[in-house]
Write a protein of this length. Structure first.
Length: 607
């Protein structure tokens, strides 16, 4: 969600800070701001794109070699300049940027106002600036440490003070902060992508830690003032590249990168001689995995739909009892964590707040906790007992595509690994491995139909509503297809299990209400044909996604998108691609901002 960048060194801060903000734009935001220390502190804010802030800063050309900057996604208060970060105190000497939510800000604000502090925004963050001011006695780090003793909630924050020109203090609780280390400068950000142009040496703060940054060094303490020693890690080379190349949007580029994403997810992980997957990240816990009897998958958004798909796959390939839970609800339930329970947390960013809270609750209850994330060194990757990286590469478009494909691929590999440790046959394991290896070429074949799918989008993009239906493995893909259309084109769409259509949604069907039916020739083919006929009887237009040669459907539907055949478990990797392309083309035709859809953020770091 919100983005933080901080720099202290011997270079001009403004260019580094603005560049960092631009590299964080993909996370989603509605306003931005920057503060730079000099003889007179410089503060600028803007509503809208970072380019608007960039133009103002370019015109003002502020000097100074220490500063902080922020992209805001509104939680408390509307998107206005007054509510944009950085926030300052009464003296205009303390400046704060903050991700997260201060849960007790109203109580703190009331007490500060009673002692004479004057507030100018509707945000919870402004309280932090005044609180630091109230605690300041000449030592900025000590003031931040003292101020945070009174704070309840989550934060990733950076603080500067006009009297400390060579110092930035950052802190973390529940919202990521990563330090970047250079020869004569130090940086901090909420995401390593903001640092990768300047250093490959990074240090991840843990919860309840505070760091003081100076031009050539950093020091870390806990909130109770204990010193922490932590070595820098090397950022994976090239992992943070953000270049559209010849594509008009990151989303389209990432849709077309899916064959490579699947190949990367498979690389070095297939053992054909034994018909099994090889996942080094799980080797340390294989004894516990072999003894597991209960699997709970927790995730949010698109990752939740990957988890729904995984439920079918694990139930097919293993003897596990499987549940899939929304992470945002999981921690509030009375949990039935039995002996031999495994909890698998799925998150693209590895920082999803609800998923992180869910895995922590599962660990507290004694479960073995695994992670499936894309970002190396992310919080979920560090806090799980073991896990697997998806290696999808940097995904900039807010609407996830290639990360989803990677997740589906790796979930099959994990299920195959566990299935082969039980009673799944070598033959079935080898069939799945071959199907996975065929998938990248088949995805490329579907991508070759982009112009045909554009024609369908031109025909249907003016519709106000869509229904997406599927059965078994295709049901979660129907949910994901509907989500993609909603996210980027703002067309209302609902994904439904096709068999449930008669229990309500069919009442909506008429000539103006199209349906996208996922109908590959598999074990549920006859049933989905019956559902399509029910829609046609109500004169509803139908677009069918089906396997090549399924001619029986042609006379029943308005349009057909053909996809190659594969193992029924692997087919969702293929069938999701036309749905992504359809959503993309609809959004472009409707004039939507495809990479930065309104009100959405790439990484949701608040609950």
């Amino acid at each position: 969600m919100c983005g933080i960048v901080a720099y202290v060194g011997r270079g001009t801060a403004r260019n580094i800070l603005i560049e960092g903000l631009k590299r964080l734009e993909y996370r989603g935001y509605d306003s931005s701001g920057i503060a730079i220390l000099n003889s007179a502190p410089y503060l600028a804010k803007a509503v809208g794109k970072v380019s608007q802030l960039e133009e103002r800063v370019r015109r003002d050309a502020p000097e100074g070699w220490a500063g902080i900057a922020h992209t805001r996604w509104a939680t408390h208060g509307k998107p206005t300049e007054a509510n944009a970060h950085p926030h300052t105190d009464c003296s205009g000497q303390v400046f704060v940027v903050h991700n997260g939510i201060i849960e007790n800000y109203q109580r703190l604000k009331k007490a500060l106002a009673a002692s004479g502090h004057v507030f100018h925004s509707d945000t919870d963050t402004e309280v932090l600036a005044h609180l630091v001011e109230a605690c300041y006695k000449g030592d900025l780090e000590a003031a931040v440490l003292k101020a945070l003793q009174d704070v309840q909630g989550t934060y990733g924050l950076a603080v500067i003070h006009a009297k400390h020109q060579d110092e930035i203090v950052v802190a973390r609780r529940g919202s990521p902060i990563v330090l970047g280390i250079g020869p004569e400068y130090s940086l901090a950000a909420s995401d390593a992508s903001a640092l990768s142009q300047h250093t490959d040496q990074v240090v991840f703060l843990e919860d309840n830690e505070v760091a003081r940054l100076e031009p050539s060094r950093f020091m870390i303490k806990t909130l109770d003032n204990r010193h922490v020693s932590r070595e820098a890690q090397t950022l994976e080379a090239g992992s943070e590249a953000a270049d559209k190349g010849s594509y008009p949007h990151f989303m389209l580029k990432e849709i077309f990168e899916q064959p490579e994403a699947v190949e990367n997810a498979l690389r070095g992980r297939l053992n054909h001689s034994e018909g099994v997957a090889k996942l080094g990240g799980l080797e340390s816990v294989m004894d516990r995995l072999k003894a597991a009897r209960h699997l709970i998958i927790v995730s949010c958004g698109t990752s939740y739909y990957a988890g729904l798909y995984a439920r079918y796959v694990f139930e097919t390939l293993t003897d596990l009892t499987v549940e899939t839970e929304l992470a945002s609800e999981f921690r509030y339930r009375k949990l039935n964590i039995r002996d031999n329970t495994v909890v698998l947390a799925i998150s693209q960013s590895g920082e999803t707040a609800d998923t992180l809270a869910a895995l922590r609750e599962a660990k507290r209850k004694g479960a073995l906790v695994l992670g499936l994330v894309n970002v190396v060194g992310s919080t979920i990757a560090r806090e799980t007992h073991a896990g697997v990286y998806s290696h999808a590469g940097s995904e900039i478009g807010v609407a996830s595509t290639k990360s989803f494909a990677s997740q589906l691929t790796i979930l099959v590999l994990i299920a195959l690994l566990l299935g082969r440790s039980r009673d799944l046959s070598y033959e079935e394991g080898e069939n799945l491995l071959r199907g996975l290896e065929e998938a990248p070429a088949q995805i490329r074949e579907v991508l070759g139909q982009s112009e045909r799918i554009l024609e369908l989008a031109q025909q249907y993009c003016s519709a106000s509503h869509f229904l997406y239906i599927g059965r078994k493995y295709q049901y979660p893909i129907a949910l994901e297809g509907a989500l993609k259309l909603k996210e980027i084109s703002y067309i209302h769409a609902e994904g439904y299990a096709a068999g449930e259509m008669k229990h309500g949604p069919i009442a909506l069907i008429d000539r103006s209400f199209p349906t996208v039916a996922l109908a590959p020739e598999d074990s549920s083919y006859e049933k989905i044909i019956s559902n399509i006929q029910e829609i046609r009887a109500r004169e509803g237009p139908v677009i069918a996604v089906t396997t090549r040669g399924a001619d029986r459907l042609r006379s029943m539907v308005d349009c057909v998108i053909e996809i190659p055949r594969n193992h029924s478990i692997i087919m969702p990797l293929i069938s999701v691609v036309p749905l992504q392309l359809f959503a993309y083309h609809c959004a472009v035709l409707r004039g939507c901002d495809v990479d930065k859809p309104r009100n959405l953020a790439k990484s949701v770091t608040v609950e």
